[in-house]
Design a protein around this ligand. Structure first.
Ligand SMILES: Cc1cc2nc3c(=O)[nH]c(=O)nc-3n(C[C@H](O)[C@H](O)[C@H](O)COP(=O)(O)OP(=O)(O)OC[C@H]3O[C@@H](n4cnc5c(N)ncnc54)[C@H](O)[C@@H]3O)c2cc1C
Length: 396
């Protein structure tokens, strides 16, 4: 029997998009579906590790994998291109070098950094957000050490804005890395200052108390200054100005103030929260049963109506669910709603320390670090089976 083949176009090869592609290629018969994956780079990177690369504790290559090695090329057509526009009426996707049409479209394009319209932030700050940005930061930090070793004027200030998960993980990686740079470039550790700025009264606002306490204790052991309750007013070349008038001289201001939705999704009249598309219980955009928005580009809510934070954990589950949902539509079956299984969170606090909750059990220290690694390996396994786990194991 001949079936009409449906074309699924997945935009973005991050956690959500890639997981949709690898699940679809396994679960839906090739006679029923054509799968196209579009991503602006030819690699998938581990966003959850960009802070390590940015601080220089892992190599740039260690946190990325070629997309073509992760998909089955007989099942998924990979197009390296940047999506520039979508016409939902005509079911048309415009990229820089291609125009594509679809039956189902899956947005897995992630978000963009939230800058709160702070003047000068876009121009003068570094963002811990994607591979390219983290690479630029990594090179810049090393350049700063080199420059300072040749012209040791004042002190070498590295300033971080935002003490959520990302900011905290980065500060600790940096603290691990600084002694190595100091030795390499002959700089005294006392001349390097890490300054952390937080607009809330406390670090890690909204996080479970056990994690906050571990992070506070860890920060106390580090040589770093933190300023809480004082938002950033504006950023100028080589200076960060706070709302209370404090001026901090720095050529390295790293912004880790959270994320908002992707600009590509802003123009379609979708219901948005902070630029992120609100979904129905099938991960579809309400009113558009053939349009899915997953991961950081979207927002879904728990039973109490509170938004889930943007995490790789939810992006992965949504990717798997979306593939299942599309499969059910193709086979003419009713799909069950998406049910997010929260397994906890683990935040790294440097190379040998982490803090988190695993199914509500508090983990910390070396064991926490081990659990963080187990979570990463689980993702590798889901993505590329045992061979990918083995590859990563050898790299360690
Ligand atoms: C430092 C850090 C640590 C984190 N740690 C954790 C953690 O421990 N646990 C956890 O669960 N979450 C963590 N997160 C959050 C997690 O990384 C994100 O929630 C997750 O990456 C979201 O996945 P995504 O697929 O929606 O987007 P992304 O992973 O950002 O992928 C989006 C993809 O779309 C591509 N793209 C974007 N625009 C276009 C375009 N116009 N055309 C073509 N392609 C495009 C991008 O290149 C990218 O490949 C962390 C985040 C950071 C920054």
């Amino acid at each position: 029997m001949e079936f009409e083949k449906k074309k699924v176009v997945i935009l973005g090869g991050g956690y959500a998009g890639l997981m949709t592609a690898v699940t679809l290629q396994k679960k839906v018969h090739p006679s029923r579906i054509e799968i196209v994956l579009v991503n602006k780079n030819d690699y998938h990177y581990f966003t959850t590790k960009v802070h390590e690369m940015g601080a220089g504790t892992v190599t740039p290559e260690a946190i990325k994998l070629p997309i073509r090695e992760l998909i089955d090329p007989d099942r998924v057509t990979f197009i390296q291109d940047e999506v520039t526009g979508i016409d939902l009426e005509r079911r048309e996707i415009t990229c820089q070098h291609h125009t594509l049409h679809y039956d189902f479209i899956v947005f897995g394009i992630g978000g963009t950094p939230k800058t709160f319209s702070i003047p000068g932030l876009d121009e003068h700050a570094f963002f811990l957000f994607d591979w390219e940005g983290s690479y630029r930061l990594r090179e810049h930090i090393e350049d700063q050490f080199l420059e300072y070793s040749q012209q040791p004027l004042g002190q070498l200030n590295i300033v971080i804005g935002g003490t959520g998960f990302t900011g905290m993980e980065f500060i600790h990686e940096l603290n691990d890395r600084i002694p190595i740079f100091c030795k390499l470039y002959g700089v005294n550790r006392e001349e390097v200052h890490i300054i952390v700025i937080e607009s809330n009264q406390h670090i890690l606002q909204g996080y479970p108390e056990a994690i906050v306490m571990d992070a506070v204790n860890s920060l106390k052991k580090m040589d770093c200054e933190y300023i809480c309750g004082t938002p950033v007013e504006r950023v100028e070349k080589a200076v960060v100005i706070l709302q209370d008038g404090t001026k901090i001289e720095t050529k390295t201001f790293i912004w880790a103030g959270g994320i908002k939705g992707h600009p590509l999704l802003a123009e379609h009249g979708f219901d948005l929260l902070d630029g992120r598309v609100k979904l129905n219980e099938y991960c579809e955009v309400p009113g558009y049963p053939d349009v899915y928005v997953l991961g950081d580009a979207s927002v879904s809510f728990n039973e109490r109506g509170e938004p889930y934070p943007p995490t790789a954990q939810i992006a992965i589950q949504q990717g798997q669910y979306c593939a299942y949902n599309i499969g059910m539509k193709i086979y003419g079956q009713p799909a069950k709603p998406f049910h997010y299984i929260y397994r906890g969170m683990v935040m790294s606090l440097g190379n040998r320390n982490a803090s988190g909750l695993v199914y509500d059990h508090h983990v910390n220290g070396r064991f926490g670090s081990f659990m963080k690694w187990v979570i990463e390996m689980r993702y590798y396994f889901m993505l590329g089976g045992l061979s990918l786990v083995r590859k990563e194991w050898k790299q360690r």
